[in-house]
Design a protein around this ligand. Structure first.
Ligand SMILES: [Zn+2]
Ligand SMILES: [Zn+2]
Length: 338
């Protein structure tokens, strides 16, 4: 499914099967998740790195269909997910374990052709194998919907058992952030304006939920934390609407992490409050290859359950994107290539 111009439906097109170069694998794509970021991409909000025509899709699971020269340790038919970031491996950020911030970054589904397709070529090093019989559509969403909140909670925030965390936006990333934070023992408060999404968060064990359109969520959260405020905020929305109210319940010395983001409109922070409370404001961008491996292990052991509410055939991509844009999607929608 090809994006030929912005704000126009993707088009089903026939393309030559990709050939593996040395060190590459070709994946037969079995499933590819659809993300809010794809909405930003197809509407031309992600900047000049994207060149049209383009095949989107950065949450890919599939099977090895062809091996390039010099690829070791993999065989045809191996199952795996694609780590969607192809880092240079030599810049300062790569060498200090922050390959997600590589200065020469190329990403599957962004700078490179993605998984809304039957086949995908990528470096063998980006293939992250799994053994279990968990369905492809559930494994496909690991690289972003599960691994990005894992990167935020595990590595950046170092969430502890005694921490309280407010998770805003219970979509693809948020619903997995809830599961991960609960698994780390934290007190979890889940916020959304969609009652069905909050119900889903409760079904995964969130002890408290709040809808900021229906109540004074900041006051409720201060009450829940004995007036202190929450230790950290994981914001899957990252827009004025989520920042404005949520900072009102962040404790002194607390941390705010933005997983979601408004690509166009700036968000304002009142710097006097940031100063007086010594708040830390953090961006979160994707994940690392090692964290993706850890997430695969968590899912294979049943500690995190990837939540997919809907699957569509490849040619249903436009339908899926339209539903995400309208906010009608719970968890993830996944395209199936059969
Ligand atoms: Zn994404
Ligand atoms: Zn690099």
């Amino acid at each position: 499914m090809v994006l030929e111009s912005y704000n126009v439906d993707l088009r089903l097109a026939r393309m030559p099967d990709p050939e593996p170069g040395p060190g590459d694998v070709v994946l037969k794509v079995r499933a590819c998740g659809m993300c809010q970021t794809d909405i930003k991409l197809v509407s031309g909000q992600l900047g000049p790195g994207i060149r049209l025509p383009h095949v989107p899709g950065h949450e890919v699971a599939g099977e090895v269909a062809a091996l390039g020269k010099d690829v070791r340790g993999l065989k045809l038919g191996d199952k795996g997910v694609a780590f969607h970031i192809i880092p240079c491996g030599t810049c300062e950020l790569c060498l200090t374990g922050r390959e997600n911030l590589c200065t020469s970054i190329r990403r599957i589904g962004f700078e490179l052709s993605g998984g809304f397709a039957e086949y995908l070529v990528m470096p063998a090093a980006n293939f992250c194998a799994f053994e279990s019989d968990i369905a492809f559509e559930r494994m496909a969403i690991l690289p972003d919907a599960v691994a990005t909140p894992y990167h935020a909670l595990g590595r950046l925030a170092r969430l502890g058992m005694a921490n309280s965390v407010l998770i805003i936006g219970l979509g693809g990333l948020g619903i997995h952030a809830v599961q991960l934070a609960l698994g780390m023992g934290a007190l979890v408060i889940a916020a959304d304006v969609n009652e069905k999404a909050m119900e889903l968060a409760r079904s995964f064990g969130a002890g408290y939920t709040t809808n900021p359109l229906k109540e004074d969520s900041a006051a409720k959260l201060r009450d829940l934390t004995n007036g202190r405020g929450v230790d950290l905020i994981i914001d899957g929305v990252g827009r004025k609407e989520s920042v404005d109210w949520s900072l009102g319940c962040l404790k002194k010395g607390g941390h705010y992490y933005s997983l979601g983001y408004d690509p166009v409109n700036p968000v304002c922070f009142k710097m006097l409050d940031v100063h007086n409370n010594e708040w830390s404001i953090h961006g979160v961008k994707a994940t690392t290859r090692q964290e993706l491996r850890e997430v695969v292990s968590l899912v294979e052991r049943g500690l995190v359950k990837p939540y997919v509410s809907k699957t569509l055939p490849l040619e249903g991509a436009n339908e899926g994107l339209a539903a995400i844009k309208k906010g009608e999607t719970l968890g993830r929608t996944v395209l199936m290539m059969d």
